[in-house]
Design a protein around this ligand. Structure first.
Ligand SMILES: [Zn+2]
Length: 210
C-alpha cells in the first residue's frame, strides 16, 4: 500500500515573519494539513501540530541564524515526529545551501517513492536512508498505523458523503445513509482510541518497539 495519498507539497506562501511559529498556518495549507514525516492529519489530533526546522536550530545557531525564519527550512509536523527528530542532523552547515542529509526533504522527495505501508498499515522502506529515517523518527510505531487507519476511514466517509449527495434514488440514499451512520460510529471509536494513545506520554502503542 502506498505511504500517502496526499498531493505534492508545494511551498506557495511568500510572506515573511520574524517569528518562525507564525508560519504555522501557511505551512499547514502548503503541507495539506498533514505531518510531513508520518502523514498524520492535523484535524484528528488534539495535540497541536508544530513547526520543525529541517536543519535544526541547535545546528545553525550563530552560524546561519537566517535559517530560523527561512520558510524553506520550515516543516509542518506533529509533536511526536518533532520530538523524535529533535536536533538530529548530518551534513555541512558551512556550504551556501545546506541541507539535512539525515532526512529526505518532504518538499523535494516524494515519500511514496521511499516509504510504503505493510498489511497492518505500518510504515516500512527498502531504502537505506528511508530505513534510517523510520528508526530516527520512530515511524515504525503502531500509533502511526492507527493514524493512517483513522485517515483512511475519514477519506471513506468523505467519499460516501459525496455519493449520497449525488444519489437521487430514495431507497438507495437511505441504505447509504445507514452505512454512513455506522461508519461515523466506527470512526468516532477509532479516533478516540487514537487520540487517547497519542496524548499519553508513555502510551502502549507508542512504546512498542520493532
Ligand atoms: Zn508525525
Amino acid at each position: 500500500m502506498q505511504f500517502t495519498n496526499r498531493r505534492k507539497i508545494v511551498r506557495t506562501f511568500t510572506g515573511q515573519f520574524e517569528d518562525y511559529s507564525k508560519y504555522k498556518e501557511p505551512l499547514s495549507n502548503d503541507f495539506h494539513h498533514r505531518c510531513a514525516y508520518c502523514d498524520t492529519l492535523d484535524n484528528i489530533i488534539t495535540t497541536p501540530f508544530e513547526v520543525d526546522h529541517f536543519i535544526p536550530r541547535k545546528i545553525f545557531k550563530d552560524v546561519r541564524d537566517d535559517l530560523d525564519c527561512d520558510y524553506t527550512n520550515l516543516i509542518y509536523c506533529c509533536k511526536k515526529c518533532n520530538i523524535a527528530k529533535s536536533s538530529k542532523f548530518s551534513g555541512d552547515i558551512s556550504v551556501a545551501n545546506p541541507t539535512n542529509e539525515m532526512f529526505y526533504d518532504p518538499t523535494e522527495q516524494d515519500y511514496n517513492d521511499i516509504f510504503y505501508r505493510n498489511e497492518y498499515g505500518i510504515i516500512v522502506s527498502e531504502d537505506p536512508k528511508g530505513k534510517n529515517m523510520i528508526s530516527e523518527l520512530r515511524l515504525y510505531r503502531p500509533l502511526h498505523a492507527l493514524a493512517w487507519l483513522v485517515g483512511q476511514t475519514n477519506d471513506t466517509i468523505s467519499a460516501l458523503e459525496h455519493r449520497i449527495e449525488a444519489t437521487t434514488d430514495v431507497e438507495q440514499k437511505e441504505k447509504l445513509n445507514s452505512a454512513l451512520n455506522k461508519l461515523y460510529k466506527y470512526y468516532h471509536k477509532l479516533n478516540n482510541i487514537f487520540i487517547s494513545n497519542y496524548n499519553e506520554k508513555n502510551d502502549l502503542l507508542a512504546s512498542i518497539n520493532r
